[in-house]
Design a protein around this ligand. Structure first.
Ligand code: FAD
Length: 441
């Protein structure tokens, strides 16, 4: 289905110097901001069509922003930024167990709307991220080992392509785009809304166990070996970080089952006597407490590798090299994958590297304005990840953040998917106007 007419005259664009311009280009990532020639705060798909047609006629680059966690290479003084923040409609169909999500809605809003019907979306560690942006990058959530990638559950998308056409994309309509958008990111147009499945989950056993690595270093090997024994209903991660000068390990757990089963499963970890034990039954609307990530905007860079297995000794070395006291503070986060993430989806998609069993991510928290600080964080990331390059099967688009130097990357997709994505990106955006957070190259 295509819509041809657009009321371009009613489109409101904001220019540098206005409060609205700054408001709509602001995002969670403080390291960089888009500096477009104009910002369009779109209210609906017609606004997006009008903005894209206007930019395309002028040959201007086009970027899109929802919650602004994933910004990599900002527009620098030119082009149009389409802010989708106002397009935050959420329409739950409890009978069908699905939700239609506007391009600017955050997971936190979807969680709230779904919880009223004892349903939950496949959201991740940080509910403040844009649900559509997250899903376009694959989406590895709190229940990922049980239900797989968020992208695998999408049934329909509405897309404005770089020539300003509004398309409906599903398994049977524009099947190439349906394949590409589920994991292939923002290289094919601006998604104005998507429809996806919700899971019959009202509660989970979730939370963190905190260990002082100085006192309990064996938590690293214990967690790693434990992951090989747990069922797909158990999704977990381990994050190491400096807290008041101490090097801590935070084991983050989300379990779909009974409290008694969770207690039994968690026993080997609890036997190490965590300094803090926050594992308990929670409603899904409290799922942000599993990772308890900071929800205030800040500046960061992140990069990752996807691994088929983890060598224990190497992991200890990586963690030691990121201990507090280095000039740049680094957080190491290892997520346990596998389970449903390794299964092929019913309808094939662009998501690659499903054989990976772990995702190892290095996050550098940097000062917002100090470029040398960001460069040091990137250098440390590269150093910490270099040791894994021989065993890595690739990397995840959603966990490569704030690294413009890594925008054009081959590791995000296997060769066959990358070739098909490249062909489709050239077909749907021949002039290369779209400016996504990761570029297929
Ligand atoms: C603290 C933190 C925790 C995270 N946890 C997880 C997690 O658990 N699992 C996971 O999978 N990911 C996770 N991520 C990654 C996150 O899902 C991605 O960075 C996501 O793209 C952020 O969405 P946003 O709306 O906040 O970002 P934005 O910066 O607004 O968007 C990011 C990019 O997405 C594309 N995009 C956005 N909207 C559209 C659209 N409507 N049409 C086409 N393209 C679009 C654009 O290329 C844009 O540059 C996390 C990130 C952070 C910072």
């Amino acid at each position: 289905m295509s819509a041809d007419t657009t009321d371009a005259a009613s489109l409101v664009a904001h220019h540098p110097g206005s409060a609205e311009y700054d408001e709509h280009r602001a995002g969670f990532q403080l390291r960089e901001r888009h500096r477009p020639a104009r910002v369009v705060a779109a209210r609906d798909a017609d606004d997006v069509v009008a903005a894209v047609r206007h930019a395309a006629e002028a040959g201007m680059p086009i970027a899109v922003q929802a919650a602004g966690h994933g910004l990599a290479a900002p527009l620098a003084g030119e082009g149009v930024l389409v802010s989708t923040r106002r397009m935050d409609d959420i329409d739950v169909d409890p009978g069908a167990g699905t939700v239609r999500i506007g391009a600017g809605a955050r997971w936190s809003d979807v969680i709230e709307a779904a919880a009223r019907h004892d349903l939950a979306p496949l959201s991740g560690s940080m509910p403040g991220v844009g649900a559509v942006s997250y899903t376009l990058g694959g989406g590895i959530g709190l229940m990922a080992r049980r239900y797989g990638f968020a992208a695998d559950h999408v049934t329909r998308l509405e897309l404005v392509t770089a020539d300003g056409s509004l398309l409906t994309v599903s398994e049977h309509e524009e099947p190439d785009l349906f394949w590409a958008l589920r994991g292939g990111g923002g290289s094919f147009g601006i998604v104005t809304a998507l429809e996806t499945a919700l899971m019959p989950v009202a509660r989970l056993i979730g939370g963190g166990l905190m260990f002082d690595l100085g006192e309990t270093p064996e938590v690293v090997s214990t967690w790693l070996r434990w992951t090989a024994t747990v069922p797909p209903e158990m999704t977990s991660a381990m994050t190491t970080l400096g807290v008041s000068g101490r090097h801590m390990a935070h084991v983050q757990i989300a379990y779909l089952g009974s409290a008694a089963e969770a207690d039994e499963l968690a026993a080997p970890l609890r036997a190490l006597k965590p300094a803090y034990d926050g594992l308990r039954e929670i409603p899904y609307r409290r799922s942000h407490t599993v990772f308890s990530e900071p929800d205030q905007p800040h500046a960061y860079v992140a990069d990752n590798v996807l691994l088929p297995a983890i060598d224990e000794e190497r992991l200890y070395d990586t963690i030691a090299a990121s201990a507090p006291g280095r000039p740049v503070s680094s957080i190491i986060s290892v997520r346990h994958l596998g389970g449903a993430l390794s299964a092929p989806p019913r309808v094939p998609s662009a998501v690659s590297h499903r054989e990976a069993k772990y995702l190892l991510c290095v996050v550098g928290v940097v000062a917002p304005t100090a470029r040398s600080n960001a460069a040091s964080a990137r250098a440390l990331q590269d150093e910490l990840l270099a040791g894994w390059s021989g065993t890595a099967v690739g990397s995840s688009p959603n966990f490569t953040l704030g690294r413009p130097d890594r925008r054009a990357t081959a590791e995000l997709f296997d060769a066959e998917r990358r070739d098909r994505l490249l062909r489709l990106a050239r077909e749907y955006d021949p002039a290369g106007l779209l400016h996504p957070s990761f570029v297929i190259a």
